[in-house]
Design a binder for this molecule. Structure first.
Ligand code: PMP
Length: 390
């Protein structure tokens, strides 16, 4: 059989199951209103939670650095890619996260893969939440340690599995801080006390919490007032740029510089993106109003959707999953939203379990009351039309 014949069979299976994925072209910057395939759409699916991707100060910092340092970094960090801006940004992230040091990776994905494939070794065990992000799962797959999955935020299950893991050399618990598809916040206070009791290390992926959770937006550590052993993050969400990082002790960072393959063998982030991220962190440190606006938007949307009878999952985070159930129905819902000028794609298996397809809304500080009211009107009318609500 020709390769293309086999591949088209695979693709048609996805199409029949309502699981086919396709790209949509955005023709403008990621503001709350954007052009998609030439049509104006209000976007409720970006991770630009504090609207920093388009902030004039961030753009200005990028332009200035581009003039001095050019576009690409042209080398890995250990060769010619490590600039003043990488150093400055790492210092800024460490001070923001209140850790001794931080280390940049080219993406949050690569930070997770780099940590999990290097830190836990053969003879160790990784206890991983069932709903952890794909990059954690891939990191675990690359690790020589054994991976054991515990039920989503189920502390009884985690404790049982920690007890059963006594014979392993070292135990690591890894969890998302905020779960990307469910919007739940990991019970990190409980995870950390269990880890203390059973002599385990805690690794948190704070991708969706950085800039958002905690009084100063420092993430889940600040939200709970705790200190995990390893904090991983991305710059691609509330920070509004690109790249990933690990924050922790001096020796942890030294270890990763020497062992994390996704750090050692990757070209360094462009310096201009470091300058942009640095400017974004400066804004975030002073962004109480933006965060307040973000949470007031989240509260309004969640409350109104629940009043309408929609099944809304998750804790108080900018991720608002509205459960639809069937994949095809979720796609239909999303298409109807698109016809009405709202862009928020359906999330389907394998990203979420079978029967739990959903519309995953994400909200930003810059969504206006008018945009939110319009979104809610659409959820009411489409929900009724598709018999999802009464
Ligand atoms: N962790 C989580 C929880 C995420 O949602 C994402 C992005 N989808 C990542 C890691 C990866 O981050 P990046 O986009 O920077 O690779």
């Amino acid at each position: 059989m020709k390769l293309d014949t086999w591949l088209s069979q695979r693709i048609s299976t996805r199409k029949t199951a309502g699981l086919y994925r396709k790209l949509r072209t955005m023709n403008s910057a990621p503001l709350t209103e954007i052009l998609i395939d030439g049509q104006k759409q209000i976007v409720f699916s970006s991770n630009n939670y504090l609207a920093l991707a388009n902030d004039p100060k961030v753009i200005h910092a990028t332009e200035m650095c581009l003039r001095d340092f050019g576009v690409g970094s042209s080398g890995s960090r250990l060769t010619t890619g490590h600039t003043d801006w990488h150093q400055k940004l790492e210092e800024k992230i460490a001070s923001f996260k209140q850790t001794e040091k931080a280390l940049l990776f080219s993406s949050g994905y690569l930070a997770n893969v780099g940590v999990l494939s290097s830190l836990p070794e053969k003879g160790d065990v990784i206890l991983s939440d069932q709903l952890n992000h794909a990059s954690i799962i891939d990191g675990c797959r690359l690790s020589k340690a054994k991976t054991v999955v515990y039920n989503h935020i189920d502390m009884i299950d985690l404790e049982g599995k920690l007890k059963e893991s006594a014979s392993y050399q070292r135990r690591f618990v890894v969890t998302d801080g905020v779960f990307s598809m469910d919007g739940t916040i990991a019970p990190l206070d409980q995870i950390i006390s269990l880890a203390k009791r059973y002599d385990a290390y805690v690794i948190v992926d704070d991708a969706h919490a950085t800039g958002v959770l905690g009084k100063n937006g420092r993430g889940t550590s600040e939200y709970y007032g705790i200190h995990p052993d390893v904090v991983i993050g991305t710059l691609s969400k509330a920070i509004g740029t690109e790249g990933g990082f690990v924050a922790g002790s001096h020796i942890l960072i030294d270890f990763l510089i020497n062992h994390a393959r996704t750090f050692i063998f990757q070209t360094a982030m462009p310096p201009a993106i470091c300058a942009a991220s640095y400017a974004a962190f400066e804004i975030i440190e002073d962004s109480h109003t933006k965060r307040q606006q973000l949470f007031s938007n989240v509260k309004k949307i969640k409350a109104r959707l629940k009043e309408m009878g929609h099944t809304v999952k998750g804790d108080l985070t900018p991720i608002i999953p509205v459960l639809i159930g069937d994949s095809k129905e979720a796609v239909l819902f999303s298409e109807k939203l698109l016809e009405n000028g709202i862009y928020t794609p359906a999330i389907r298996p394998p990203t979420v379990p079978n029967g739990e397809s959903r519309i995953r809304l994400t909200v930003t500080s810059d969504h206006s009351a008018k945009e939110i009211d319009y979104l809610l009107d659409c959820f009411q009318s489409i929900g009724k039309e598709l018999n999802i609500i009464k």
